[in-house]
Design a protein around this ligand. Sequence first.
Ligand code: GUN
Ligand code: ZN
Length: 443
Amino acid sequence: MSMQFTTAIRGNFFDIAACVDRPEQLDAQLRHIADGLLLLDHGTIVWHGSWQQGASLLAPDTVVTDYRDKLIVPGFVDTHIHYPQTEMIGAYGDQLLAWLKHYTFPTESQFGCAEHAEKMSAFFLQQLLSNGTTTALVFGTVHPQSVDALFGQAAALNMRLIAGKVMMDRHAPAALLETPQQSYQQTRALIERWHGRQRLGYAITPRFAPTSSPALLEQVQRLRNEFPDVWLHTHLSENHDEVAWVKQLFPQRRNYLDVYHHYGLTGSKSVFAHCLHLEEQEWDCLCDTHSSIAFCPTSNLFLGSGLFNLGKAWQKKVKVGIGTDVGAGTTFNMLQTLGEAYKVAQLQSYKLAACEAFYHATLGGARALSLDKQIGNFSVGKEADFVVLDPAVSPLQKLRNANCHDLAEQLFVLLTLGDDRNIYRTYVDGKIVYQPSARQEAA
Ligand code: GUN
Ligand code: ZN
């Protein structure tokens, strides 16, 4: 049998074969191939299975990259992150509304400068890749040049990335405000320039209800109607003071989500970050409209926002992805983020199994972004974005890893003790886009 491929990778593979509606269904979908083979034709997966079955597909002179002592998983999907907040990560002392005023708005003001945006975009993408994140849904700032810089550099890497310029017309410093008309025009021009170019997608990005006047939300709705295929990305019900403020600003709406729903902003391509203090009706509305949630554990702990109820999301059949939410989140690293997700679940007596955690960070996150046909696992036809993990890099990790009895335990230890040191290689579009420097690897 002959097969057209450009790259052959042998190793220990783990992924989840199909999306599920209940966590109990995950066990049946786990795919662990301890000695496996992955064949790529440039950026596309053309064959995946055991080495034993696949070796006959290789010619005698085929170069095979051997990662048998590593663990290869699909690239991580970060469903909510702010690239312009990279330089203000770890800002002390405030909860959401004061944090925005004291740290976020001043930092974001600098992105009117295209040179600054270029520099920060490069740094940001490097952080994603060095943490094994190959796809992200990203906030820019209100400045169109912030998004041009990010998309331009993501295109050079051929990453699957979704981003958008912030839209806001009130309750922020004047330098960051725009009129609803400007916001519409600039967003429209960016959609036309970037959406669907290579692997890029555009997300219409109203910051959140408090910085949006009804007139702005009408323009967002207009864009949604004109471009039904783009994403919608915003924040929802993160902080108690924020929720109370939204009720004051929009007294005619029944709750926070109803502000967005009223303007037609819910739907299968809508992603709402946080969702910590939802009313029953809001859960039902998310479910009925097939909207998605980005669960951002490190951010929710850091800003003292609250605990996301993952069990409830399963019960209500709402799609969930994981967001690092940098700069309110405290790490780009998905392993660390999953470790914090586990603790958030613990505080509510929900047992977050490692396999479930990996699902949310890969195929589940892809589904939350309506990208599960393109990415999220090693199924044939999908795009070749994946991470080679070194499961044990420190003396403590090595000791603990040697004491693991099965893959589930190894994965759990990885998300409890792991960090960027465990990222051995990151592949995007079938190519290595990150490997640690020799010095780091020797250390
Ligand atoms: N709500 C509105 N803007 C933001 C932001 O930048 N970060 C977070 N975490 N919440 C927000
Ligand atoms: Zn956010």
